[in-house]
Design a protein around this ligand. Sequence first.
Ligand code: 5GP
Ligand code: ZN
Length: 130
Amino acid sequence: MDCLFCKIINGEIPSFTIYEDEQVKVFLDINPNTNGHCLIVPKKHIVTVEDLEDSLATHILKVEKIIYQKLREKLHIDGLTICQNNDLGQDVKHYHVHLIPRYKDDNWKMQFNQESLKEPEEIFKQITNE
Ligand code: 5GP
Ligand code: ZN
């Protein structure tokens, strides 16, 4: 399959792998947001969260905790932002979780166009039909 992350998983493309087990590989992002930004990637080719089996989700959560501890120990990080893109905003169509270390002075910000947003009450009504 012509999938970038499958190629990294099977070693066709090199990566800085910091953790691996039978279900996932964790490697450093090639274009990091902060030092230590890494990706948890399941070895099975799935695309979005809708394809993710509960047992694999549970395993990924365990790995998130393992990596958090490792990065705290080795890089002395002050926090960890965990995120995962689906469809729009997902450049690599092989499911992956971003682990983005936070540092007290990192100035890292997610930017949104907040001026164009509706009130939460209006959105609530749309979602619940109330
Ligand atoms: P997405 O936008 O799909 O959520 O994130 C894809 C991530 O994969 C990006 O942060 C990007 O820097 C990273 N990435 C893209 N190509 C490569 C690669 O060849 N090697 C590694 N290690 N990361 C990659
Ligand atoms: Zn793949």
